[in-house]
Design a protein. Structure first.
Ligand SMILES: O=C(O)CCC(=O)C(=O)O
Ligand SMILES: [Fe+2]
Length: 318
């Protein structure tokens, strides 16, 4: 059975080629990997989970004042999102709050408490996630042997500039306990691939995520304390002509969810809006992985299409 590999990212500085090779192997097979030692201190992660719990503990009417907007920022209530509309009868059994980037020091939308009072902590966490992604993107450029004249190690990083508009989102998630009593669905977040280039996922004790290894079998993703789960999103799959896999995943009901809330934090890293999703100048790609038939979209266009499918913004009275 396939497993999600665990890679020590703390060795990237001293041995970038070996670490990049291990990452490439994971991206070409399962599309998911655990990274240890990414450089975000555990107390910072724990504090973010604490703030999330405090936010979700508030009455639904308080949270609903910050309802998710067409820019993908704000609160998404229980069952609001439908990640797999083709098969799900009810929406996802989860609630979430999305933060955009802080551009010129300004948050992307109105901030509810307790995040407003702790804006510096929330912002630092989002920026630290972006920095980790930049380093992973450097590893990708090494893994794909992008030549110096094409941008070299900074090829992807340059297309994910923090100060340029893009769809990157920091998302806090809560899967409330006992949430299966009102539904006979086994899935609590529908099967989907992520829309961006890479996703970081921080879990917090309670498992539930499943990954479609080899595009057929569902395998459980463990919770590994101190390791961040990283997965490839659609943009990276486009750029590599399918060589790096944007693998479907979902969250299922487990017996322990009856008694325990499940929390997770995702950072969806997206390329800047105007970046085309064309095939990259990598000597590693074989001819058959270059030149897709579909018209080339930009990162921003792709995101808008995918969000429309899951939220149907244009059909609701927003
Ligand atoms: O909560 C999780 O474990 C996964 C969430 C996820 O896949 C997503 O929000 O895209
Ligand atoms: Fe996801």
């Amino acid at each position: 059975m396939e497993e999600i590999p665990v890679i020590d990212f703390g060795k990237f500085d001293s041995d970038p080629v070996a670490v990049a090779a291990a990452i490439r192997e994971a991206c070409e097979s399962i599309g998911f990997l655990f990274l240890k030692n990414v450089g975000i201190p555990q107390p910072e992660i724990d504090e973010m989970f604490e703030l999330g719990k405090e936010f979700f503990d508030q009455p639904v009417e308080t949270k609903a004042q910050f309802d998710i907007q067409a820019n993908n920022v704000g609160y998404s209530a229980l069952h609001r999102e439908v990640l797999d509309p083709a098969t799900q009868k009810t929406g996802d059994s989860k609630e979430a709050f999305n933060f955009g980037k802080w551009l010129n020091g300004e948050a992307a939308g109105e901030m509810p408490e307790p995040f407003k009072a702790k804006e510096d902590i929330t912002r630092k966490f989002s920026e630290d996630c972006h920095k980790v992604c930049s380093r992973i993107l450097q590893a990708f450029a090494i893994a794909l042997e992008i030549k110096e004249e094409d941008g070299g190690i900074h090829y992807f990083e340059k297309r994910h500039d923090y100060d340029t508009p893009c769809g990157s989102i920091l998302r806090l998630l809560k899967y409330p306990k006992g949430g299966d009593t009102d539904t006979d669905e086994i899935v609590r977040a529908g099967s989907h691939s992520d829309y961006g280039s890479i996703t970081l996922l921080f879990q917090h004790g309670i498992p539930g995520l499943e990954v479609q290894a080899s595009r057929t079998n569902w395998i459980s993703a463990p919770v590994i304390p101190g390791a961040v789960l990283v997965n490839i999103g659609d943009q990276m799959e486009y750029w590599t002509g399918g060589r790096f896999k944007s693998t479907k995943h979902r969250v299922v009901f487990l017996p322990e969810h009856a008694q325990n809330d499940r929390y997770s934090i995702a950072y969806f890293c997206h390329a800047n809006d105007e970046v085309p999703l064309d095939v990259i100048p990598s000597v590693v790609l074989k001819d058959n992985q270059i030149g897709q038939d579909q018209p080339i979209k930009t990162a921003g266009q792709h995101l808008r299409e995918r969000l429309e499918e899951t939220y149907k913004f244009s059909e609701s009275a927003m």
